[in-house]
Write a protein that binds this ligand. Structure first.
Ligand code: SAH
Ligand code: SF4
Ligand code: F3S
Length: 474
């Protein structure tokens, strides 16, 4: 009988991609997907450790699953992802009923580990080597992912896919767990990436987002030849069926003129760059060990504005980092005003055990102050995003149609015409009314209204069939 799998994902795009691959691997092992925990005989939580809040969410889910497990002892509960790698068997202290714990670098063994649990060998623990726990090659190997397996039904939409080009991170920002949970930075071989992109294109995918923690630091050396992100983009650009290429997350120091020129010259590359600044104060940046000053970030922004005048740049910020004074925070406010990001993700500093910041710096900014700074920055960013979006009023943008909008899905809307959602080349969300069959097409939409996060428009009549429009804009 087919086993029924329920999987829930917390965390970043890497985890969304990992869950897609876990499902692909388990389908091959005879599992089918269910969207209800009650109907499932295997529940997997793919977890994140980047902030305490993400871990708390998983502990609360595990709390709820304790009763499910008690009622059905034969059913299987697994914790996957970054928390599994970070906490390892410590997870069992708080949740002894968990059957398997699998770090992100060991997910290729998921089917085998579940088979062992079914044979009564529980709990199963599969984690990668710690960063100092052996020879470098062995550590790297223990963090390798299993990217080629893909499952289109697990994607946010069938027309969009993530493609990992880089595993791990070597930047060691003092606040961050990722270099521990995902291991050393390693680029995947370009030929593997190209092969996977062709598979995705054959599956109907039109937009690929290349993933790496510092994606623009990507490098792969083989036979005396070095491949960088710009080289990869050039090769991916030749795949006819693909219409759009994006890449996240960028590291400010590695935003080279060559990469920016490549984005400018290749029409399929989105002029959208997520390059987190994190703080506008040099003292804080230095304690974060980010490796650049605000002045260097400004030079990078000028390079972007010169080479890609229409580009949208977005950022992440951490507020309330240890020792952040009101003056430091005001410098962040000034930086947001100056750089006018398309949008910013703003986080309150969360101390993570095992990081340099946790060892050396006291988490001394009170939560109320973190909260107030978070709110102030968000209000400012929203005002900038709204002003920025208003520039699009009465213009026509090209939208890759994704499907029913959040609002349509919330209302369970049906019928010939729905509110649809999609994105512009520079990653702005657009909603408009149209038939569902447009999903996956690139279409012109005339913008009539805006909010800070959304453009609202009307589909332009197209005198040629959608397929031709796709070609023209491709
Ligand atoms: N590799 C990416 C992002 C990694 S995590 C990069 O370097 O930009 C995503 C975001 O979470 C980070 O950009 C940072 O803003 C935030 N973050 C990471 N660790 C954090 C912590 N300990 N507390 C609060 N926010 C954190
Ligand atoms: Fe974390 Fe810094 Fe690496 Fe990003 S670059 S994953 S913030 S250590
Ligand atoms: Fe979280 Fe791991 Fe991603 S810690 S942000 S899921 S790399």
């Amino acid at each position: 009988m087919q086993k029924r799998l329920y999987i829930q994902t917390v965390g970043c795009q890497m985890n969304v991609l990992d869950s897609e691959m876990v499902v692909a691997a388990l389908r091959q092992a005879g599992y089918g997907l269910t969207h209800s925990v009650e109907a499932a005989d295997t529940v997997l939580l793919n977890t994140c450790s980047v902030r305490q809040h993400a871990e708390d969410k998983v502990y609360s889910l595990l709390g709820q699953l304790r009763t499910w497990k008690r009622a059905h002892p034969d059913r299987v509960l697994g914790v996957l992802g970054c928390m599994a790698q970070k906490e390892q068997e410590r997870l069992l202290d708080r949740a002894p009923f968990v059957d398997l714990i699998v770090g992100p670098g060991q997910l290729c063994r998921i089917a085998q580990l579940l088979a062992a649990v079914a044979a009564g060998e529980r709990p199963q623990l599969a984690v990668s080597l710690a960063r100092t726990a052996g020879p470098r090659a062995a550590i790297r190997r223990s963090h390798e992912t299993f990217d080629p397996l893909r499952d289109p039904t697990m994607r946010p939409t069938p027309f969009q896919a993530y493609l990992r080009i880089q595993i791990g991170c070597d930047k060691f920002c003092t606040y961050c767990v990722v270099p521990m949970t995902r291991g050393p930075e390693q680029g995947r071989p370009p030929d593997d990436i190209l092969r996977e992109a062709r598979v995705l294109a054959d599956q109907g995918c039109r937009e690929i987002t290349l993933l790496g923690q510092t994606v623009n630091s990507y490098r792969y050396d083989q036979d005396g030849r070095s491949t960088c992100l710009a080289d990869l983009l050039e090769r991916l650009h030749e795949i006819d069926a693909l219409a759009r290429l994006k890449f996240v997350t960028n590291y400010p120091r590695d935003m080279t003129p060559r990469l920016l020129e490549t984005v400018r010259d290749l029409p399929k590359c989105s002029p959208y760059l997520h390059v987190p600044l994190q703080s506008g104060s040099n003292a804080v940046l230095s304690r974060m060990k980010r490796g650049y000053t605000v002045e260097q970030y400004r030079e990078m922004m000028h390079r972007i504005w010169d080479l890609l005048p229409g580009a949208a740049v977005s950022s992440d910020f951490i507020v309330g980092f240890p020792g952040e004074t009101d003056e430091d925070f005001q410098q962040t406010v000034t930086a947001v005003r100056e750089f006018r990001f398309k949008n910013s993700f703003i986080f309150k500093y969360s101390e993570r055990a095992g990081t340099k910041a946790a060892e050396r710096l006291r988490d001394d900014v009170p939560d109320a102050v973190k909260q107030a700074r978070n709110r102030e920055l968000l209000v400012l960013q929203d005002a900038i995003s709204l002003e920025d979006n208003r520039r699009f009023l009465d213009t026509t943008v090209e939208v890759l149609v994704e499907g029913p909008s959040k609002e349509s899905r919330r209302r369970g809307a049906e019928g010939p015409i729905l509110q649809l959602t999609g994105r512009t080349p520079c990653d702005r969300i657009v909603v408009f009314d149209g038939p569902l069959r447009h999903a996956g097409a690139l279409l012109p939409v005339h913008i009539l209204d805006t909010t800070p996060h959304t453009l609202v428009g009307r589909l332009q009549p197209v005198s040629v069939p959608p397929d031709l429009v796709q070609l023209q804009h491709g």
